[in-house]
Design a protein around this ligand. Structure first.
Ligand SMILES: Nc1nc2c(ncn2[C@@H]2O[C@H](COP(=O)(O)OP(=O)(O)OP(=O)(O)O)[C@@H](O)[C@H]2O)c(=O)[nH]1
Ligand SMILES: [Mg+2]
Length: 242
């Protein structure tokens, strides 16, 4: 158990073989549950996206605008992960979309068993209405969530312009594990020394096939690319089903 963050998986910090063994079996159990979550989500006919970023990069704001844009054409459900409070789930519910709040009470990431519970509650909240898209907003943290598969189909990492363009190189595991990087808050580019080119270069050095979209959830700039990405995922899902 890591004393600083409560996360149990910093194996390289531990030389005690027992600790390493416990960590390994925890991760194996998580992986098993994640596979089961993925089947569950596919059985529901949905596609799931795990959103990861530092606190305040704009995950919930992205979801609010995405819901506004897609609500008429597809059915959305959200699982919110936070250490404390129901605030983010309340923001999503205010948009008329079912949202489950998972509070970890201190843990710095969601894990697959928590999301399993969340899926059942989400189905209950959806009242029999089939869901097309399930967003899982992870706990704001650029480190620990990278290690835990939740059963998602796509992992999306957000990097907002005030955070600085050196974050991919400094937090490599998260960017390496993502399918898509959203560079958010591009409306603030004139006020910060953020370089889109540098951030993209660092991220692609870690993962050449990483997709990158720049957008602002406030102005809507670049949002069309994100919506096209989501529509593409939904189209693939339909193709799989038939
Ligand atoms: N200028 C600007 N501000 C934004 C944008 N997106 C989000 N914000 C602001 O950034 C702040 C944090 O946004 P949230 O959406 O709550 O961030 P979050 O990632 O969900 O935060 P946590 O759930 O705490 O990790 C809020 O004040 C938002 O209004 C954007 O595109 N441009
Ligand atoms: Mg949030």
């Amino acid at each position: 158990m890591c004393d600083t963050c409560g996360c149990q998986l910093h194996e390289h910090h531990h030389h005690d073989t027992k600790v390493v063994e416990v960590n390994r079996s925890l991760l194996e159990a998580n992986q098993k549950q994640a596979e089961s979550n993925r089947h569950h989500i596919e059985h529901m006919g949905a596609v799931a996206i795990n959103l990861i970023s530092s606190p305040g990069s704009g995950k919930t704001t992205l979801l609010e605008r995405t819901i506004d844009e897609l609500k008429a054409s597809c059915s959305i459900g959200v699982i919110e992960g936070d250490i404390e409070t129901e605030r983010d789930a309340d923001r999503i519910r205010a948009k008329g979309v079912p949202a489950v709040q998972l509070t970890t009470g201190g843990a710095c990431h969601l894990d697959a068993p928590m999301v399993h519970g969340g899926l059942h509650v989400l189905e209950h909240f959806a009242k029999g209405r089939p869901l097309d898209l399930i967003f899982i907003e992870n706990v704001g943290n650029l480190v620990c969530p990278a290690t835990f598969d939740l059963g998602e189909h796509r992992r999306v990492v957000l990097l907002s312009t005030p955070e600085g363009s050196d974050k991919p190189a400094k937090y490599p595991a998260t960017f390496k594990s993502a399918d898509l990087m959203l560079i958010t808050k591009v409306d603030l580019l004139p006020h910060f020394d953020f370089s889109v080119e540098e951030a993209a270069g660092q991220a692609r050095a870690l993962k050449p096939e990483l997709e990158i979209i720049t957008l602002s959830a406030t102005t809507g700039d670049g949002f069309a690319g994100w919506l096209a990405y989501l529509r593409g995922l939904l189209a693939q899902r339909t193709a799989h089903e038939h």
